[in-house]
Structure formats: C-alpha cells, structure tokens
Ligand binder design. Structure first.
Ligand code: GDP
Length: 314
C-alpha cells in the first residue's frame, strides 16, 4: 500500500514527476483504497485544466503535433500533462504505445509530464483507468492532452475523458469520405488537417472535410476546420486560438460542468456494469446519477459496497 501522506494532492503537486508516477501507480493498483479514493475526489473537485483529446488514424501526425503543442505551451509557462491511450491494445498488446516514449520530455521539467496507458486485457476497458488518470492530471496541470494512439473506438474513448475533441485528418487519405460514411462517429469540436506543408493535397482535404462536416452536422453546430503543419509551424497560432475559443464556450452556460458530470456518470456506469453486469446496473439505477457537485470515486465505492451486500445470499 502506498503511504497515504504521499497521496495528498498538495504533496503530489509539490513532489514533481516521481510523486506523479507514484500516484498513478497507486491509482492503477489500489483505486478502491480509501486514500486513493480521497485523492481522486479531491482532484475531481480541484480541476483546473482544459482537457483536449486528439484522435485520428495512425500516421496522421498526432504525436508530432502533441510534442509541438506541448513545447509551445511550455515556452509560455503553461504546464502540460500528456496521456497517450491505446484503446486497441487488447488486440495489439499495447504495441502502438511502444515507441511513444520518444516524446522529448525534460526530466527536470515538472511542468511537463507524459504517461501512456494501454487497455491490455483490462476488464473495464481503458476508460476504467483513463478517467481517474485524467481527473488527477486536470488538477495538477494547466492543460491536459489525451492522445488516442489506437484505432477503432478511439473517438468514443476520448469523448469519455476530454472537454474538447480534436480530429486529425491526413491530406490525400480520403479520411473525410470515411468520416462522412461513418455517420455514427462522434462529431469532434475541431477538425485539423495535418501536414499543411504538403500543399495542394492539404487544401483539398480541408475543403473535403468542411463539406463532410456540413452534411454530418446537427443544425446550429459549427466545427472549425484548420490546416496546420507541425513541422513548419503554420496554423499553430490559429489552433491555439480555436482551442481557447472552445474553452471559453464551455465555460459559458455550464457546459463544462455538465460534460464532466456526464463523463463521471458514464465511468460509474461502466464500473458497475463490469463488476455486476446489467442486473447490477438495474439494481443501482438512480445511484448511477451523480448529484450535482458530488465527486464520483467515494460514491462509486459506497455504491459497489451496497451492491455487494445485495448479492449476498440471505
Ligand atoms: P501519429 O501516428 O498520428 O502519431 O503520427 P506521427 O506524429 O508519428 O507522424 C507520422 C509521420 O508524419 C512522421 O513521419 C512525421 O514525421 C510526419 N509528420 C508529422 N507532422 C508532419 C507535418 O506537419 N508535416 C509533414 N510533412 N510531415 C509530418
């Protein structure tokens, strides 16, 4: 068991990378322990970061962009936590995460932290771990980037933890057509055509994705489409502005609160379903709704304990 005094938010914030690593290890190993629960509930209430999710097919340039964005923000003294998730790792064994440690990260810079997470046979899937990790990070950093490394359900996984979802599209890939056909895909808040430095193909992709989005979009919603180049730096300023604009938009009309509460409820529902199946979900019913302002982790343990009691033979 991790020493409870190490698991106070203040101690972790002051303790640098090693303290963060220890806290993440404790979350992975002993999330149900009272000390970890208390930490996560405290972090949930102390959220300050804008959580930005980045999805898109492998090779589109996500990790290059994440590195460049993080470096720009660090230069502006903005602290950044990065979580790379591989939702397909149950199949790939986390192979896609294998080379992710190439992220240029200064070990002495406690304002930049990188961690990868793989589902790797986890019963509750990735969100089971990603949600608590994001909750911790959003209390520790100014911005959190969650990069989806895998393929498949990545959009859904990212929506479950991010405030703003950014879809990356590769020039010349026909991704925008896929996007249009998919229909079921979650609509991102922002679409980015990467590698704008390749010229005409990037501009065409930008026009295509604008067309695809205008068809897929519910009335009254608009999604910015931006061409950027991580290598030349083109469009990065506008990307920052678009992210800031969405953050401001979330801050008005309670959208941020509501979105995060929905994320917490969906994590709670998954947890109950994983441990107790559909019948458990039915038995828990109203307790799966979090009252406004209630942090989910202690609530989850109390709920699981009550379900456990009901499962005991009389
Ligand atoms: P990921 O799999 O989506 O994370 O993609 P990577 O970041 O690993 O990039 C895939 C490839 O695209 C690499 O060879 C990068 O060097 C290249 N790449 C990334 N960003 C850019 C860019 O802005 N312009 C160009 N021309 N190539 C890029």
């Amino acid at each position: 068991m991790t020493d409870a005094s190490e698991l106070r938010l203040g101690a972790i914030a002051a303790g640098g990378k090693r303290a963060i690593a220890r806290a993440l290890a404790a979350i992975e190993r002993e999330r149900e322990s009272p000390a970890v629960e208390a930490l996560l509930d405290e972090a949930y209430r102390s959220a300050r970061a804008h959580v930005i999710g980045i999805t898109g097919p492998p090779g589109v340039g996500k990790s290059t962009l994440v590195n460049v964005m993080a470096a720009r923000w660090r230069a502006a003294a903005i602290t950044v936590g990065i979580i790379a998730v591989d939702p397909s790792s149950r199949v790939s064994g986390g192979a896609l995460l294998g080379d992710r440690t190439r992220l240029a990260s200064d070990p002495a810079d406690s304002g930049l932290y990188f961690r990868s997470l793989a589902a790797r046979g986890r019963l509750g899937g990735l969100a089971d771990l990603a949600f608590p990790a994001v909750v911790l990070f959003r209390a520790l950093f100014d911005r959190v980037l969650v990069e989806s490394v895998g393929v498949g359900q990545s959009e859904a996984e990212i929506t479950a933890v991010a405030d703003t979802v950014m879809l990356c599209v590769q020039p010349g890939s026909g991704d925008s057509l896929q996007f249009m056909k998919a229909g079921i895909m979650e609509i991102p808040h922002l679409a980015v055509v990467t590698k704008a430095d390749v010229g005409a193909a990037a501009r065409r992709a930008e026009a295509d994705i604008k067309g695809a989005l205008s068809l897929a979009m519910p009335m009254g919603r608009a999604v910015d489409v931006l061409g950027i180049s991580a290598t030349s730096g083109d469009g990065l300023e506008r990307l920052d502005q678009a992210l800031e604009a969405h953050w401001q938009h979330l801050g008005s009309h309670d959208r941020l609160e509501t979105g995060r509460q929905q994320q917490a409820e969906s994590w709670l529902r998954d947890l109950v379903r994983t441990e107790y199946g559909r019948r458990g979900e039915e038995a828990a019913s109203v307790s799966l709704r979090l009252p406004r302002g209630v942090a989910p982790f202690g609530h989850a343990e109390r709920l699981l304990a009550s379900l456990e009691l009901r499962r005991l033979p009389l």
